[in-house]
Design a protein around this ligand. Structure first.
Ligand code: ZN
Length: 420
């Protein structure tokens, strides 16, 4: 068998013939020719017989490694003039538009990124992290289920911070499937407006309930003309408890600032480790953390009272209580928080009173809290892994290819089309 034939079979790239194989130090360069005489636009369905000019564009792509060898595909491409996209280098059937990697290579990286940490991935595939980010963005663009925005009834809108709170992304999840269906950089009314405009009036009108945090931005968007005006706004337990945790965190920071002003820094030093034991659920604490918590209890004061309030709020939603029971407990909680005199909790009580109806709607409709919490925990893990990406879109793409409606097809799983 000739080397060109062997490589055609080994590489299994659609739509090409292999014209040359060249072994170079540490890599194999395989030159291919497109079989289709027609040119196609890389961005759309447009095809043409005539080329735009006669200048060939020398292009190369990295394909899957062959054992220890790096494999590079080369081809001279022609240029096409698309009525929509102008003069462009023609598209190839084995790679996505403007990529220097074959589709097989990208599909593999797209899947590995959902399951493997950054260091391992970089070592295995030998590409840098930002390149990985761009690959994931392309895999997302072609891989997400195109029907993901159809038949949305109960949805959740979430803001997630990435890069230590300086940058945010908004994510929309389908409560029925537990998958994210949409995401965009930003966290304000305009961000969610983009979701509704992509959804269109008809599909937006189908939405029966939206869960969100207690801020005003998302509700404002949902209530706009042509958006989900009839949907029940739900402030789900996850976000209510989160607001309680944030209030506790504010009190803790205040106490910490006061301690730092003391001449004796011993207490302040010991207090430093208190953060996690306060924020974690009591059931998840280690022995050391439980001991710290007992000390905080013995000392009493604002910190302990704030902790007790946060736990009381969490307990309201931990049981399987009816709407009426939750309502009564929330009212009691609000009086307690108000009486505490601690500013973050006084504000929280006001917010909960104002949002009472929406909180009870979430309980009544059973907007699935456990699933929501689980999804949020997984997003946090992905965000941690996405550290180092320089663009929010790459972080967003990593979330979507991991927790969105996507079916990863690896090179060996794809259906072989003989002689394609
Ligand atoms: Zn085009």
């Amino acid at each position: 068998m000739r080397a060109t034939t062997v490589f055609k079979l080994l590489m299994d790239l659609p739509g090409v013939t292999v014209s040359d194989v060249d072994f170079q130090p540490a890599k194999v360069v395989v030159t291919v020719k497109l079989r289709n005489k027609k040119l196609s636009c890389p961005r759309c369905e447009f095809t043409a017989k005539a080329r735009y000019d006669t200048r060939p564009v020398s292009s190369s792509w990295r394909h899957l490694d062959l054992g220890r060898w790096r494999l590079e595909v080369r081809a001279d491409l022609r240029r096409i003039e698309c009525p929509t996209h102008g003069a462009r280098t023609e598209g190839v059937p084995f790679a996505r538009a403007s990529s220097h990697f074959t589709r097989d290579f990208e599909d593999l990286v797209g899947w590995l990124a959902t399951t493997m940490d950054k260091t391992a991935l970089r070592r295995l595939v030998r590409i840098d992290w930002d390149t990985t980010g761009r690959i994931i963005e392309r895999v997302m663009a072609t891989g997400l289920d195109p029907a993901r925005l159809d038949n949305l009834f109960v949805i959740g809108a979430d803001e997630v911070s990435w890069r230590k709170g300086h940058s945010y992304v908004t994510l929309v999840s389908n409560h029925d499937t537990g998958k994210f269906v949409w995401g965009k950089e930003g966290k304000d009314t305009a961000t969610l407006d983009c979701f509704f405009s992509e959804l269109g009036e008809e599909r937006s009108a189908q939405i029966t309930a939206i869960s969100m945090d207690m801020g005003a931005a998302f509700e404002k968007s949902a209530r706009k003309e042509g958006h989900a005006t009839k949907a029940v706004i739900c402030f789900d337990p996850f976000h209510v408890v989160q607001a309680g945790t944030q209030a506790l965190e504010k009190v803790r920071r205040g106490v910490w600032q006061d301690l730092r002003k003391l001449p004796d820094q011993d207490t302040a030093r010991r207090f430093k480790g208190a953060r996690w034991c306060l924020l974690r659920n009591p059931g998840d604490l280690s022995d050391d953390e439980s001991a710290t918590l007992r000390k905080i209890k013995r000392r009493g004061g604002d910190l302990w009272r704030a902790y007790a309030l946060k736990e009381a709020l969490r307990a309201i939603f931990a049981g399987d209580l009816s709407e009426e029971e939750v309502g009564a407990l929330l009212d009691r909680f609000c009086s307690r928080a108000q009486r505490s005199g601690m500013k973050p909790f006084v504000t929280l009580a006001q917010t909960i009173r104002k949002r009472r109806e929406g909180i009870l709607a979430a309980v009544r409709l059973g907007v699935n809290n456990a699933r929501h919490e689980g999804l949020n925990r997984r997003v946090r893990l992905i965000i941690n892994r996405a550290y180092g990406f320089h663009s929010a879109n790459a972080a967003l793409a990593l979330i979507m290819v991991t927790l969105g409606p996507i079916k990863h097809v690896l090179p060996h799983e794809r259906v072989l089309v003989p002689n394609a």
